[in-house]
Design a binder for this molecule. Structure first.
Ligand code: CA
Length: 335
């Protein structure tokens, strides 16, 4: 690894077999001038084949990937696979420990920190390790997300519509192999620096998920996550077996426009009129914001700009002005 990173790893990615160890990220605070944050990592390698990097806990309030990947890291044996699987169940470990989206140690969002910094904050350095050490050896990157504490999603795989058509088709094929009810083609409405975008620019096959949300460990979302990772490994030829899918084919839906993402007009209590998966007509109110301190102020409605399926809704009752409260997507035909 040389001087590429300040993070030490006690696994050797080139060595065959199964290894479990830690990424040791240098850290310094008021409790310890010289400290390290240890992030568990598992690498499983056997024979020739593709490299799959699977991560959970990019956001610390999204536990579905973290739990499914801890199981996978515990159970997977080298003799089962052809290729290499690198598993990081809690990529932003301090955030997972705190159960918060952002790192409690530097206040940063790991999924806005790409490509990271060689010597920066803890979050910058984790992002930099992913971009400079893990992604270059990766063929397929699966980053497992959900709606966290703020959103509840229709359980889906999520991909960007990347400009390279062949790369997009490979991403779509992996997302369809997962076997979730929906594959959601999403747009970035909340900033730059996503791990997925950075990996896509490196030409990688990148698939995310939105496995429910609400900051919980929903049993159905966990089943779908465990099963989806297994299916992806079969699809890539890493594992023998046949795909175990919930449905014959996932419905592909897309929300490419800014107006597909609806935001709260004011601070208050958000009432969603619909559950995820329901169809909404253009011009229909999807929900409304109530103002508990004002008996004379009627609720303010949030209206769907276009018709479609409600993919995500606000999870907590309270909202601030500008928080996303609804995402509406439409089925698209993909070859
Ligand atoms: Ca997320």
């Amino acid at each position: 690894m040389g001087s590429k990173t300040l993070i030490a790893s006690d696994v050797d990615y080139d060595r065959p077999g199964k290894q479990q160890g830690y990424l040791q990220v240098p850290f310094s605070d008021n409790e310890a001038g010289w400290a390290k944050i240890y992030i568990p990592i598992t690498t499983v390698k056997n024979g020739e084949g593709p490299t799959l990097l699977v991560t959970g806990g990019t956001h610390g309030d999204e536990f579905e990937g973290c739990v499914a990947l801890m199981d996978l890291a515990y159970e997977l044996r080298a003799q089962q696979i052809q290729g290499r699987v690198i598993i990081v169940p809690a990529l932003n470990l301090p955030a997972v420990q705190a159960g918060t989206r952002l790192s409690p140690l530097d206040g940063q969002n790991l999924n806005r920190a790409y490509p990271g910094k060689y010597s920066g904050t803890l979050t910058d350095m984790i992002a930099h390790y992913v971009s400079s050490v893990l992604l270059p050896m990766t063929d397929v990157f699966v980053d497992i997300h959900s709606g966290g504490k703020s959103l509840y999603f229709l359980r889906c795989c999520s991909i960007h519509r990347v400009p390279d058509g062949a790369q997009f088709q490979r991403m779509l094929a992996v997302a369809l192999a997962w076997g979730a009810p929906y594959v959601f083609i999403y747009a970035d409405v909340a900033g730059e620096g996503l791990l997925a975008t950075g990996a896509e620019r490196m030409g990688k096959v990148v698939v995310g998920t939105e496995m429910g949300g609400g900051g919980q460990c929903d049993p159905e979302a966990l089943r779908m996550t465990r099963n989806g990772i297994h299916n992806v490994m079969i699809h890539l030829g890493l594992l023998d077996g046949t795909l175990n899918r919930h449905l014959d084919k996932s419905v592909v839906i897309s929300a490419p426009a800014e107006e597909d993402y609806r935001f709260a007009p004011a601070h208050g209590i958000y009432e969603s009129f619909f559950e995820v998966g329901e169809n909404i007509e253009a011009g229909t109110p999807v929900g409304q914001v109530h103002f508990p301190e004002r008996f004379d102020r009627p609720p303010e409605r949030v209206v769907a700009a276009k018709s479609g399926i409600l993919v995500a809704r606000r999870f907590p009752g309270t909202v601030r002005q500008g928080d996303c409260v609804a995402v509406i997507a439409r089925p698209v035909e993909e070859a």
